[in-house]
Design a protein around this ligand. Structure first.
Ligand code: IDP
Length: 187
């Protein structure tokens, strides 16, 4: 039984997802507003509740049925950011993009599940938020291409490379969640 579960878990693909510095900061600035700047004003309580981008993004992947198997908050160096975006090194925006990715905390994650690479990209939406469908993360939460709040691997090879770049093997977990048999109908 346990063996079956292990085999099943091993069959799932993994993808690298990152909340970029703009996504992290947008969440933090809301918290700052509530706690530091307007925390003493009773009107704060009347403000409509806003969800920050980090929890919103995690929630969308989780609600779909995907499994979080690694997560950390890091501030990458510009050199590291350049490695992450090496495929775009000839683009005119490469330098600015690397600088931006290293400008603040990034929430780096690995998500696991059937079809998670391709479907993760659907959840994320088109690169340019102006072209992302409503209902997608970028469509709902971002406005311009240079601040599109989230990264997701675009294929199996990229996913493998990006996971290896951002995570050590021991930083990732393998487990079978209780929900899995209800999500996949196994056992
Ligand atoms: P993706 O993030 O949807 O996979 P890529 O083409 O791999 O899209 O581009 C990586 C990132 O580079 C984008 O998410 C976006 O932040 C940035 N980017 C892409 N095109 C432009 C552009 O024309 N100007 C500025 N930034 C761009």
């Amino acid at each position: 039984m346990l063996q079956d579960q292990e085999v099943h878990a091993a069959e799932f693909e993994r993808t690298f997802i990152a909340v970029k510095p703009d996504g992290v900061q947008r969440g933090l600035s809301h918290r700052n507003c509530g706690v530091m700047r307007c925390g003493n004003h009773s009107t704060t309580i009347l403000q409509p509740p806003m969800r920050d981008a980090i929890s919103e993004i995690i929630s969308r992947f989780e609600r779909k049925g995907y499994k979080l198997v690694g997560i950390k908050v890091v501030v990458p160096t510009k050199e590291f950011a350049g490695k992450h975006y090496h495929a775009l090194k000839d683009k005119p925006f490469f330098n600015g993009l690397s600088e931006f990715l290293s400008s603040g905390p990034v929430v780096a994650m690995v998500w696991e599940g059937e079809g998670v690479i391709t479907y993760g990209r659907k959840l994320i939406g088109a690169t340019d938020p102006q072209k992302s469908e409503p209902g997608t993360i970028r469509g709902d939460l971002a406005v311009v291409v240079g601040r599109n709040i989230i990264h997701g691997s675009d294929g199996p090879e990229t996913a493998k490379d990006e996971i290896n770049l951002w995570f050590k093997p021991e930083e990732l977990v393998s487990f079978t969640s209780n929900a899995e048999k209800w999500i996949y109908g196994v056992n």
